[in-house]
Write a protein that binds this ligand. Structure first.
Ligand code: BG6
Length: 290
């Protein structure tokens, strides 16, 4: 483990396409780009191409995360429960994180409460995001409660996956799992015993999720296996055309080329972290050719 001034092998300082500070991890023919803004993983390129997706009209504005890659959701998911003026999905995706340490092909970024976060959310917290590149991409989001009271919060790795063609993409592993559909114009009825296919706006929060899901994307001739630990929720999202028109960073037909499969603890699976304790959610992504 090395300090922030001395980076480990396979870890280099880089810039995102907007010229903002980032860290690149390199291992063999794989490359990952992680922005310091929001500790957002922007890209993971490997032997099967770019695994992640970002909007074709994203703007790299100061302090604003782009739509795509893996934004982090914390400490609340969706709108704030009582104050709609506060940012959706919390605020850590808008904060500039620091490099805490590196190891070969691995970086840990950190952020914690400050005067600005305490105005939005009056709690002390310390987060780290560790990203490690090998044959797979391993991600760990750790939340530490340094305060004296219980820390109640929600979290998500809001992963945008490239799918090539949404009409043929399929999520396996959620069959029979309880879910709440929150889309404005959802599919009328669907067979919950079958793998999830996209037929309309989809915004489903699954609870009590298994630790292994698969996203099959025949248009890209590959599938991604998601293996998680300490994640009890998953959100599967595609905005379809009507909602796409209301979203930033996206062209009118962008909805056809991505879906989000989010690794999370939300709503009835929100976290309650005791004083001095830490919660760590992990996600391992393994992309394989079909
Ligand atoms: C998903 C939500 O997690 O994020 C959707 O379930 C939401 O309802 C989407 O539209 C995008 O959110 P945002 O804030 O990044 O536009």
């Amino acid at each position: 483990m090395r300090s922030m001034d001395e980076l480990s092998p396979g870890v280099v300082r880089a810039r995102d396409p907007g010229g903002r500070e980032a860290i690149a991890l390199q291992a063999g023919d794989q490359r990952v780009l992680v922005a310091l803004l929001g500790a957002q993983i922007l890209s993971w390129q490997g032997p099967h191409g770019e695994v992640l997706w970002w909007g074709s009209k994203v703007e790299y504005a100061a302090g604003k995360p782009v739509r795509g890659g893996i934004p982090l959701v914390f400490p609340w998911f969706g709108d704030h429960p009582t104050d709609k003026q506060l940012p959706a999905h919390g605020f850590v995706r808008n904060l500039t994180w620091r490099v805490a340490h590196t190891a070969p092909h691995e970086v840990t970024l950190a952020c914690s409460d400050d005067a600005k976060t305490l105005v939005m959310w009056p709690h002390a917290f310390a987060l780290t995001l560790t990203v490690a590149l090998g044959h797979t991409l391993r991600i760990a989001l750790a939340i530490h409660n340094p305060g004296a009271a219980l820390l109640r919060c929600e979290e998500a790795l809001h992963t945008y996956f490239a799918v090539g063609d949404i009409h043929t993409a399929e999520v396996r592993g959620l069959e029979g799992i309880a879910c709440t559909e929150t889309a404005v114009a959802p599919e009328g009825a669907w067979d919950t015993t079958r793998p999830l296919r996209f037929r309309a706006e989809t915004d489903r929060v699954f609870q009590g999720t298994p630790d292994r899901l698969e996203l099959h994307t025949p248009a890209l001739r590959r599938h991604v296996r998601l293996t998680t630990a300490n994640a009890n929720s998953a959100i599967v999202w595609n905005p379809w055309p009507a909602k796409t028109a209301r979203l930033s960073g996206m062209a009118a037909d962008d909805w056809q080329r991505f879906c989000c499969v989010e690794t999370a603890n939300v709503r009835q699976h929100a976290l309650a972290i005791a004083p001095g304790q830490r919660h760590t959610l992990t996600l391992e992504l393994d992309c394989r050719a079909n």
